[in-house]
Design a protein around this ligand. Structure first.
Ligand SMILES: Cc1cc2nc3c(=O)[nH]c(=O)nc-3n(C[C@H](O)[C@H](O)[C@H](O)COP(=O)(O)OP(=O)(O)OC[C@H]3O[C@@H](n4cnc5c(N)ncnc54)[C@H](O)[C@@H]3O)c2cc1C
Length: 473
């Protein structure tokens, strides 16, 4: 590499890849971006974050219109024009991906619609969408090939009634009944959409609780609401087999005690996690190494074991989230540009866009318990929040995890409507090494749900005036 900026290739144009490619172009690099889709966007924009949030927005509207009865407003039963809903969702995707196409052209990024394979560490063979091939040399290559849905061998049957998240987002019909295999965030978000549209949803989760990894007290209000929304939630249960009976799918469900029961569903959504797309053809011709679960191994500059190759996003590990991919993309490009950088965030937010939403960042209580770490937990129930009451949604809670010695904020968990927006303040506070006092003394606007962050810090000091705790002794 000379003093001038290098000629780089970015393989995969998801949120990680396009963010990296655009920043690289802004920093003066010559950039080639390669992806099978006509425009940048990747899983997040074409079949992940964006279409799921568009249909969840509609689900929220449907649920609120039903709840409005309690507020003295009664709507007649909604008429759902599925074709129109689908085309609206597709319009959202098109607007955003076409916009990225324009941004790519404006930056003079050389966008190739195709798939890349390695010839060696610095040479890619690209098979374009028209079938033609091109071999190109680069100084650096950044891999951002993302992930795909994991497959359970016993559930792999050839049936149009079996869906993964991509199939579920296609909204081909509103099935009478739907079995969701896996109680993680994707299954619960898409289950919420179908339930709001009128489908009887059953969720099966092999672990003892929904959203494994999240703190139980954050999951509880969601579980309670989903119990009303879904037909059933079966925990400690696995799907042992599925059989296509043409008019429906017969599923054999196996409980913890080994007992089985058979149930019939119109459709089945398998959402049991995601696998990194690390089987890039020719990767064995480089020095890139794979680690646990097939993730590409990288250092804090996102450089792989091959000095010419960097990797980011879902391809390199958890959390498999778009915002993590984007930030890694920026770090990798800055490292390639010779800046002194490292990817070591104090907090990466996670948001489950269900109703209520669940969001957390930094240390979780479960993690603190597992690591035997001493923390003080301060919780503020939304039943004491004026704003939550005006929304008729007191089923929320905000909690802070605080270092008892330094009083520094270590982690935040929120469950409630809009938790996904509220968590951003917590991420900033943790990144800025805020103390509980800083959060308590920051004047928050009233009446807002954001006040619950300040309120929970006041709970930590025993000075909250919105709840009453009798003094001990
Ligand atoms: C239903 C669903 C909902 C989600 N909701 C959210 C959410 O709300 N918030 C959130 O943060 N995350 C969400 N995610 C996760 C998010 O989509 C991913 O974390 C994110 O897309 C990862 O970005 P990435 O850049 O690593 O790769 P991806 O977005 O996976 O993009 C990788 C791209 O690389 C391409 N590619 C693969 N191999 C090659 C090759 N050899 N040559 C050229 N191109 C190749 C792929 O076709 C793809 O276009 C959701 C995912 C799903 C499935």
């Amino acid at each position: 590499m000379t003093d001038s900026q290098p000629n780089i290739a970015v393989v995969g144009a998801g949120p990680g890849g396009y963010a990296a490619a655009f920043l690289a172009a802004d920093l003066g690099m010559t950039v080639t971006l390669i992806d099978p889709e006509i425009n940048p966007g990747g899983v997040c924009l074409y079949r992940g974050c964006i279409p799921s949030k568009a249909v969840l927005h509609v689900a929220k509207l449907l649920e609120e219109s039903r709840q409005a009865k309690d507020w003295g407003i009664e709507f007649s039963a909604p008429k759902i024009d599925l074709a129109r809903l689908r085309s609206w969702k597709e319009g959202v995707v098109k607007k955003l991906t076409a916009g990225l196409g324009v941004l790519s052209k404006q930056r003079k990024v050389h966008y190739i619609q195709g798939r890349a394979a390695f010839e060696n560490s610095t040479t890619l063979r690209v098979t374009k969408s028209d079938g033609s091939e091109e071999t190109l040399d680069f100084e650096r290559i950044l891999l951002a090939t993302g992930s795909r849905p994991a497959i359970v061998p016993t559930l792999k049957i050839d049936s149009p009634r079996m869906m993964d998240s991509t199939g579920a987002l296609n909204l081909e019909d509103i099935p009478g009944s739907l079995l969701v295999v896996g109680g993680g965030y994707i299954g619960l978000e898409l289950g919420t959409v179908y339930a709001a549209l009128g489908t009887r949803v059953t969720v099966v989760e092999m672990l003892p609780g929904l959203l494994p990894g999240a703190d139980r007290d954050l999951v509880l209000p969601l579980h309670k609401r989903l119990e009303k929304m879904f037909e059933s939630i079966l925990l400690n249960t696995t799907v042992a087999a599925v059989k296509d009976e043409y008019s429906a799918i017969r599923a054999t469900l196996k409980g913890q005690d080994g007992n089985t029961q058979e149930k019939v569903f119109d459709r089945v959504l398998v959402s049991v996690g995601r696998k990194p797309n690390s089987e890039i053809p020719g990767l064995e011709k480089t020095q890139v190494k794979l680690g646990a679960r097939g993730f590409v191994q990288v250092n804090k500059q996102l450089q792989t074991d091959d000095p010419n190759i960097y990797a980011i996003g879902d391809l390199v590990g958890e959390p498999m989230l778009a915002h993590k991919a984007m930030h890694e993309g920026r770090t990798a490009v800055e490292a390639i540009a010779g800046h002194k950088v490292a990817f070591e965030p104090a907090a990466i937010p996670a948001v489950v866009f269900t109703d209520p939403e669940v969001a957390w960042c930094g240390l979780t209580e479960t993690q603190a318990q597992n690591e035997n770490r001493e923390v003080k937990v301060a919780k503020f129930p939304w039943a004491a929040s004026g704003r939550a009451i005006t929304l008729d949604r007191p089923d929320g809670m905000t909690k802070l995890l605080i270092d008892p010695h330094t009083e520094r904020l270590l982690g935040v968990g929120i469950v409630g409507v809009g938790a996904g927006e509220l968590i951003a303040e917590a991420v900033l506070a943790i990144e800025m090494a805020a103390l509980a006092k800083d959060v308590a003394m920051t004047i928050h606007p009233h009446p807002t749900l954001s006040e619950t962050l300040m309120n929970s810090a006041e709970v930590f000091f025993g000075t909250s005036t919105d709840i009453y705790r009798p003094k001990r002794g």
